[in-house]
Design a protein. Sequence first.
Length: 455
Amino acid sequence: MKVTNQSSSRRDFVKKMATGAAVLGSSVPSLLTAQDAATEHLITRTPRIGPNDNINIALIGAGGMGNADTDTALQVPGVKLVAACDLYDGRLADAKRKYGNDLFTTRDYMEILSRKDIDAVIIAVPDHWHKQISVDALTHGKGAYCEKPMVHDISEGYAVIEAQRKSGKTYQVGSQGMSSLGNETAKKLYQEGAIGQLIYAEGFWARNSPTGAWQYAIPTDASPKTVDWDRYIANTTKRAFDPLRFFRWRNYRDYGTGVSGDLFVHLFSSLHFIISSNGPNKVMATGGLRYWKDGREVPDVLLGMFDYPETKAHSAFNLSLRVNFVDGTSGSTYLRMVGTEGAMDVTWDDVTLRKNLTTDPMDTFLSAKADEMDKALGARKRMLPPAEAKYRVEDGYKGAHYDHFSNFFTGVRNNTSVMEDATFGFRAAAPALLCNDSYFGEKTVRWDPEKLKLL
Ligand SMILES: NC(=O)c1ccc[n+]([C@@H]2O[C@H](COP(=O)([O-])OP(=O)(O)OC[C@H]3O[C@@H](n4cnc5c(N)ncnc54)[C@H](O)[C@@H]3O)[C@@H](O)[C@H]2O)c1
């Protein structure tokens, strides 16, 4: 049987594990067929950015993610890197080696923002600088792509929203999964009622390595000469030069936002996008520092629980998120949404939909109870839906990161806003930051996700 995908010009469906597969474009298998094998569907992306209008960009924060962001941004047609800023000389030297000797480099991001030839900046500095550089960039008329979480503290969110509003410039937060085919597919399936009413969701990030747990290498030449320490701590507690606090900033609360700000925030962005939510109204967290006792101030195991109130877009439901940096299962990450009629496991590249109308033949208790019920009601046997449908991206998909930059530059070219703008970014960051408030304050935190206010 031939199955088509959303783009008729594309090759036919490659793989199917059963007959009767449905097409994503034509919706969820709503007519129940007597299959219990899995079905698989391809998800495709139509290019949406033309190579018109060159855009000059600059990178502020030329470390790990700054490099990854720039490499991806430069794949979008018409984008050129003209300048880079960093506080460690080694990173600036690396940037020149990598992107060309004519790259303008500086330790002072204001020198970048005052240049007329720069249209947009990537902000990939530690979290404690996100707010100020975002506000300054927007105020100087630049489009800005700021890494997640948008801010370091709840109190900082309003200034970024206001700066975006006043400037009218495109501002996007860097939770790249937001723009993925996986998320878009999950959103469509959710809207079509594939899992019924959302009751519960859960997400998990597991790691088990020193690098995964933020024990990064310290460059051998790190010193107050090669690092602009004073500028680094200009907006926070004054301390003597400490290379650990500079190169392993995630471990310290003055600069980082812990595992929730680093990782939970991605899951909030994805979930909020998929179900059109503004966020939870109750946040509780617990956890501990179980293993990586290297002087860090943040837990390496964190469990967060979130109550979402009923809105027009979704029912009231509970969310449970976990991060474990000491995970002996060797690592996995997922977002699972569980509804009255099924469940979805969502990644940026695929979505697995399971219908819960099927019963597990191994569960003899449930089978016996179902038989009893059938006898009592004289019920007719039903047609069962496919037990599992898998949607996966076709080969050659450039990925969520590319899509996110593509959306951003489309916004910059047309001077329009994007989905993950300052308000969306704040709504995703807030519950992650409140998780820290709950963990460190040993309390339940209440939040108004509509008005963006602590209660
Ligand atoms: N979207 C993602 O998947 C993802 C992944 C990793 C990191 N991130 C985010 O990217 C940001 C950077 O993380 P990273 O892992 O690249 O850290 P990093 O330490 O590798 O890089 C940060 C760089 O910023 C520089 N810097 C610090 N303060 C500065 C300032 N005031 N002006 C200019 N440069 C400054 C540092 O010298 C360093 O080179 C963080 O906000 C992090 O949460 C996002």
